[in-house]
Design a binder for this molecule. Structure first.
Ligand SMILES: Nc1nc2c(ncn2[C@@H]2O[C@H](COP(=O)(O)OP(=O)(O)OP(=O)(O)O)[C@@H](O)[C@H]2O)c(=O)[nH]1
Ligand SMILES: [Mg+2]
Length: 436
């Protein structure tokens, strides 16, 4: 890790300022060569960025952060010049003539991780914050970045470890092992840990959903009001609506945000037996959309008493009883997963949006963490191991309790980067932007 790296940290294109970041042992030499002096630590200093023969490449603010009090934990030099891609390029090219190489994506943050400036979950939250598509997702990322998620994982890990040590010493030293393992206290501890992991899974899943959103397909018989529903949910006249059954042929897409939850809607062709080759193709597309959706809104006419989805979809299905204006029934919730709506006026859609939030695992009170699939997988494995440990404890199988606690400990360690393989680390940081 003795190489010095450099990259433009601001986004490509023209802007007010452009920042070049340098990290590593050659920072002082770079400052000397480029500025003619090494700026006082952490003091914004106006300077010309020039090469030795006096040509000024740009001018701006130079900031020097000596190790270890810097983002990466190494010597860092930050040059805030003008946001001109050409000027930035010339500054970087000059710096690369020193003993410096171009940084890989995420390499600054990777160094911060390796120098214990942040743990792996926090480092991932940096990328999640940059990539966040909604205020809710940004809030979840900030919460994870602050270390709140990591702190909870570590605390849990500590309790797992403490219990494991207790159980192992019970196995080794107890004359009456059975008595040790019969303690109510250990059962209670395991139950508490299991509850905490469950809460972390829920809060991380909520954060992940805020980040990736929900794919929702609108499906049902022809003419029930699917396209009207799409238009009404989007608040725009996207799809053609007519009273002729079989109006929609192709799948149509639209995006909306429900309190920050990104939702991608797909309107599909009404499903029915048809000879029309175009309609048949449309229905094929409809079925493909249903396959990949996270949730299906199955639309039926409220007047149709027995209407139901033709088969059990593998995906979550919400029943939308539309055209309730024609039956005179009250719009809104009919149950957890069933709604009455009028797509002409929008009545009942507020409840339907609530239903979609519920499907997504949206949590009010916004206590979500910027969960990643790998966090959730590890948490679920830890959860399974704790359940097994509890079962083995009841069976008084000390060795197996200890083994399951070891598995839980490894899973929790993976999340914060204590027991994470180099390959996985490489994969994680490769998805970052250059300069971060
Ligand atoms: N009264 C009433 N009419 C509605 C409602 N929703 C839709 N319609 C009407 O029902 C007809 C069909 O609506 P569409 O939105 O095209 O129905 P669709 O399910 O997309 O139909 P296909 O694309 O043919 O499968 C149109 O005349 C709409 O104006 C509703 O809630 N109440
Ligand atoms: Mg339609």
């Amino acid at each position: 890790m003795s190489e010095t790296i450099c990259a433009v940290a601001t986004p490509p294109g023209r802007g007010g300022i452009g920042i070049v970041r340098v990290s590593g042992p050659a920072c002082r030499d770079v400052a000397q060569a480029l500025l003619g002096f090494v700026p006082s630590p952490r003091i914004a200093t106006l300077a010309d960025f020039r090469v030795i023969d006096g040509e000024v490449l740009d001018s701006g603010i130079a900031l020097y952060f000596p190790a270890p009090a810097s983002y990466t934990g190494e010597d860092v030099l930050e040059l805030q010049g003008h946001g001109s891609p050409i000027a930035l390029d010339r500054v970087v090219s000059y710096i690369l003539e020193q003993d410096v190489r171009l940084a890989n994506p995420g390499e600054f943050t990777e160094r911060a991780f390796r120098n214990d400036k942040l743990d792996l979950a926090q480092a991932e939250a940096v990328a999640d914050l940059i990539a966040s598509a909604s205020a809710e997702a940004a809030r979840a990322a900030t919460r994870s970045l602050s270390g709140e998620f990591s702190r909870r994982v570590r605390e849990l890990d500590q309790s797992v470890l403490t219990l494991r040590i207790y159980i192992e010493s019970a196995i080794d030293f107890a004359e009456e092992e059975i008595d040790f393992l019969g303690d109510r206290e250990q059962h209670d501890q395991l139950a508490a840990m299991e509850g905490l992991v469950k809460e972390l899974i829920e809060r991380s899943t909520a954060g992940l959903t805020m980040q990736i959103g929900l794919d929702v397909a609108i499906a049902g018989d022809p003419n029930v009001g699917k396209s009207s529903l799409l238009n009404q949910l989007l608040g725009e006249d996207r799809a053609i609506v007519t009273s002729t059954a079989g109006t929609t042929r192709d799948t149509l897409h639209g995006e909306l945000s429900i309190d920050g939850l990104p939702v991608r809607l797909t309107d599909t062709a009404g499903l029915r037996l048809s000879e029309d080759p175009i309609e048949v193709l449309g229905m094929k597309r409809a079925e493909a959309a249903l396959e990949k959706a996270d949730c299906v809104l199955w639309v039926v006419e409220d007047a149709d008493e027995n209407a139901a989805p033709p088969e059990e979809y593998r995906v979550k299905t919400l029943i939308v009883r539309n055209k309730c204006d024609l039956t005179g029934s009250r719009p809104g919730f009919l149950g957890e997963e069933s709604f009455r709506t009028c797509a002409l006026t929008g009545a009942g859609l507020a409840e339907l949006r609530e239903g979609l939030k519920r499907v997504a695992g949206f949590r009010t009170g916004s206590d979500a963490f910027a969960g990643r699939p790998r966090h959730i997988t590890s948490l679920k494995r830890a959860h399974g191991a704790l359940l097994n440990a509890a079962r083995e404890l009841s069976a008084r199988q000390g060795e197996l309790v200890a083994e399951n606690l070891r598995v839980a400990h490894d899973c929790l360690g993976e999340i914060v980067g204590v027991t994470t393989s180099d390959d996985l680390l490489g994969e994680i940081f490769a998805t970052f932007c250059i300069g971060k």
